[in-house]
Design a protein around this ligand. Sequence first.
Ligand code: ADP
Ligand code: AIR
Ligand code: ASP
Length: 342
Amino acid sequence: MPTATKPIYSGKAKDIFETDDSDVLRAYFRDSATAFNAQKKGEIHGKGKVNATISALLFTLVEKNGIKTHFIKQISDNELLVKRVQIIPLEVIVRNIAAGSLCKRLGIKEGKVLKTPIVEFSYKNDELGDPLLTRAYIKNALEIADDKTLDYITEVTLKANEIFKDFFLKNEIKVVDFKLEYGTDKDGNLLLADELSPDNFRFWDAKTNEKLDKDRFRQDLGNVEGAYQEILKRVKSGIQDSAKPQHTSTQAHQHTSTSAHKHFNIKVQVLPKKDILDPQGQAVEKALISLGYKDVRDLKIGKEIVFKVSADSELKAKSQVKEMCEKLLANPVIEDYLIEIK
Ligand code: ADP
Ligand code: AIR
Ligand code: ASP
């Protein structure tokens, strides 16, 4: 149960408390559930505990993959310690498969696999019904984020989507769509915040398409508690599986200490993908043209990473480096990488 102190904020599903440290907040996840901007209200028994635990596990998963979040630790069944942030009042939504408001708005059939993942922004404002925003609304009417911030949020969100899709598919779940919130900490770092749970994700069973998220509550489908418990079960077993040694190049990597004997010099070149916005590259291209180099075009700015690895064959070294690129060195959603081995 929450302690007697008054929350500094009591939302639709969580209470937020201050702690002894002014930079740290305590989020208490309640069982209360709302839908359609609080027009529908109810309780989902055990939801607080399940959502706090799923959030803790998924924040840890994305942190491990290089995404900065507000998560510090889970301190009880229903409570997380988080870094205090100033929330940007945007609901950042990613969609892989058509569902919910997208179907309503566009008349598309639920279940259509979208050509590529879509990122959209809504205004986090219950009174206005969280309206869909354009970039111009965000930048020039609300003035809550600029292009650079929106590009960064989009990049991180698409990366999170790849991490979630991959993790959940291994656990026989399709990630249909989800909503993220971001905020800035006292040092100006943009952190993924709020929660990661079936309250803000649509999850379908990969074999049966059974809904395993808040749509069961929204649409009165029954067994809401069971669906949330099922997601918790699969997330827990997925995390356990991912901690086990793999029979792939990761295992080859572990063997390096005993059997590897060749050293390879690695050079990785990382460049923004062809159609991805590269503001830095565009600025340099413009500057070169204004200096009189009129024929310059398609300028991209990237990075070069050099290091050595030991492995028992070039093939194994290459597959290890490829894995490093996918996990950390590049963002495969928006960047191409080229591996050179000598
Ligand atoms: P809502 O406000 O939508 O009803 P909740 O009941 O989940 O949502 O309340 C939690 C509130 O705390 C949300 O408004 C969310 O934006 C905010 N929040 C989440 N993480 C943080 C954080 N690290 N620092 C400050 N506020 C946060
Ligand atoms: N979402 C949006 N506002 C609040 C939440 N939780 C989430 C939904 C769904 C995604 O954002 O849970 O996963 C898209 O919602 P919709 O209603 O726009 O289709
Ligand atoms: N979270 C929002 C609400 O509580 C929207 C939704 O989940 O449908 O109303």
